[in-house]
Design a protein around this ligand. Structure first.
Ligand SMILES: [Zn+2]
Ligand SMILES: [Zn+2]
Length: 433
């Protein structure tokens, strides 16, 4: 019976494939930055409504959309939560696609910024919409419930705003949307892997993350007379170079990274500014290591600032827990992956230092986060890669201006969501089975 349903899913997915591609292109041309996904959310809600889904809630955690499909088949106690993120990035797209974005957001804090779906969330949104249509059509063949979560601000809300998965979980809880409680959460991220190939980590898939803001304050003065003020810049230089010492102070068995990618100062060529801010991120596989690194950063900032007569302070925020694929869930889901992708490779990969706040759902309800390939290259026998499909773009990582996703990946994503959902609801997929 399950085989028949799988076949029906696959043919329904084929029937919706052209629409999914068109939706993705529309979203790709109209990307919106974190916490500004207004039109994206309206587009999602319109499509869900067109499918005939009646239980749709908008405006959750900003522009989040949640829809519910109730199975009308044999009773099931189970509820599966399928999540897609919907926001774009401040990246100037250079993908070469004819549906590339040329959008600029002039209003965004710190902007204006060019905007692009350089992390593939347009594909995630379109794939989950496709799965919603397929699952709604087939709803009398399973029981239980499917909660579709279209989540904003995965890439981080602008400074001073809240948003993303943690906020979404809070608001969904307040609105009673976790009753019945999901028994599994599932999400997909597109990745620089061959089209249809899949990757997973057993255990920690994505690192824990936090944002770090260091503030060093001196005393503003004319650039020609530094002795009359206090220059914060030498302290900044010392802090940045000494933070590298932390890599020698933590056991090299631990995997972590510390980066500062944004400096805000108040000076100019002839003014020594009053204050400098350093913005960065700490990633680690374990919370204990993050706490240890934080204490070391604080110590360097306080004392190196003082050594130059400045004051220094550190703030940590936007903590995101690691994405953990519990081994029992991995074992249970691997046959589903292999069934969906057929002869494409399904490979185990090491933990990544990237984060994804899907962890807020998976750590709470169990489940798995899948990586799905969407690029035009193949693996060679020697373990290297070579471009394929006559496309010399080959391998391009997420967040790069050249990042791209081949539309052929979308159908795999639609089927993955739908196969995982029905298998879970029909009792064929859960940890320990
Ligand atoms: Zn991203
Ligand atoms: Zn992403």
């Amino acid at each position: 019976m399950l085989d028949t349903l799988h076949n029906e899913i696959d043919s329904a997915a084929r029937a919706v494939a052209e629409d999914v591609t068109a939706w993705r292109h529309h979203l790709h041309r109209n990307p919106e930055l974190p916490n500004r996904e207004e039109e994206t959310a309206a587009f999602i809600a319109q499509r869900l409504d067109e499918f005939g889904i009646t239980d749709i809630t908008t405006g959750i955690a900003g522009h989040g959309v949640v829809a519910r499909i109730r199975g009308a088949g044999a009773e099931s106690e189970r509820t599966v939560l399928l999540r897609a993120d919907i926001d774009a990035l401040p990246v100037k797209e250079d993908s070469g696609e004819d549906f590339a974005s040329d959008k600029v957001d002039t209003e965004y804090p710190g902007g204006p910024f060019p905007v692009a779906h350089a992390c593939g969330h347009d594909a995630h949104t379109a794939m989950l919409l496709g799965a919603a249509k397929v699952l709604h059509t087939l709803r009398d063949q399973f029981g239980g419930e499917i909660v579709l979560v279209f989540q904003p601000a995965e890439e981080g809300a602008p400074q001073g705003e809240e948003g993303g998965a943690s906020r979404m979980v809070e608001e969904m809880e307040q609105r009673g949307m976790f009753t019945p409680e999901p028994s599994m959460a599932f999400g997909i991220h597109v990745a620089p892997l061959p089209v249809g190939a899949m990757a997973y980590a057993r255990g920690i898939q994505n690192a824990a993350s936090e944002t770090v803001k260091i503030t060093i304050t001196g005393k503003q003065v004319h650039g020609s007379a530094p002795w009359q003020g206090i220059d914060p810049m030498p302290a900044v230089g010392d802090v940045l170079s000494n933070i590298g010492q932390i890599y020698r102070q933590v056991d090299p068995e631990e995997r972590f990274s510390i980066s500062f990618g944004h400096v805000v100062d108040q000076g100019r060529f002839n003014i020594i500014g009053n204050q400098v801010e350093l913005w960065g991120t700490v990633r680690s596989l374990r919370a204990e290591v993050v706490a240890d690194i934080n204490a070391r950063i604080e110590r360097y900032v306080e004392h190196l600032a003082a050594a130059h007569g400045c004051t220094g302070s550190v703030e940590f925020f936007d903590e995101v827990p690691p994405v953990v694929n519990e081994p029992a869930w991995v074992d249970a889901i691997l046959p589903v992956y292999q069934r969906v992708v057929g002869d494409k490779p399904v490979i185990e990969v090491p933990s990544s230092m990237g984060y994804d706040d899907v962890s807020e759902f998976i750590s709470r309800f169990g489940g798995v986060y899948a990586l799905l390939g969407g690029q035009n290259f193949t693996f060679t026998a020697e373990g290297g890669i070579e471009p394929a499909e006559g496309d010399d773009r080959g391998f391009v990582p997420n967040h790069s201006p050249q990042f791209y996703v081949n539309d052929d990946a979308l159908a795999y994503g639609v089927r993955l969501h739908a196969h995982v959902a029905v298998d879970h609801l029909l009792g064929a997929l859960s940890a320990g089975e």
